[in-house]
Design a protein. Sequence first.
Length: 301
Amino acid sequence: MKIAILSQKASLYSTRRLKEACEKRGHDVRVIDYLRCYMNIASHKPSIMYQGKLLEGFDAVIPRIGASQTFYGTAVVRQFEMMDVFTANESQAISRSRDKLRCLQLLAREGIGLPVSGFAHSTKDIEGLIGIVGGAPLVIKLLEGTQGIGVVLAETYQAAKSVIEAFRGLNANILVQEFIKEADGADLRCFVVGGKVVAAMKRQGGPGEFRSNLHRGGTATAIKLTPEERSTAVRAAKIMGLNVAGVDLLRSNHGPVVMEVNSSPGLEGIEEATQVDVASKIVMFLEKNATRPKGRDRVQH
């Protein structure tokens, strides 16, 4: 197969591993900086240009779209879809998962376990918003934040009020969630490929750090999931319409709760912690599905 990896940097661990896995399995692979693509939006023959040449003949695309470039990145993925190229994750599913509020609303509609969450526009409603999630301590998140950036633990009512007012003063959209104390600064990253959890790790935040992101000094170890955790991760990815996803869970007193569904999960932490060749699992998924008739994204909203 001829496979395109959409990534801004060929040197990134995840991009490099995906390229190696494609080559190891005998595929023709090319890393393409999606920000340097430009598109011809034609009725009968949509096309993509890159470095002055037409991109054509691809059987599959693996999108690695950065969170800050979602709009243009998904436009490029959508153009490949218009050209009937199979994409590991469809553009609509990527956009859906990147909107944290929309993601939580869709998961809630399908009965997936979630932390109690509140969302409001006006700072005049802060007291009621804090009350929804059971008061302090609580977690305040920027809707556009990634890798733990823009996530604050407010331990008192006054601290929560001050942070919410500050964020809203900057006209930032925020989400307020209950603090799952029993998780003890740890979460589970479940890597889902083609409707199956292929690897899972426990991420533990550093001393005094409630965020478990590896970028923030967290540590990772392989872990065995319970059947309920495995089922929750698979269902969450399916609800988002994602074939490849990193589903982040917390272990709460009332079962697993989903914190986030990531459409471009990193491979480095999960492969090092579990010793599973996740990159090859993604390529094998493409091999099984890229030649099938393309289905349409059927997830509502």
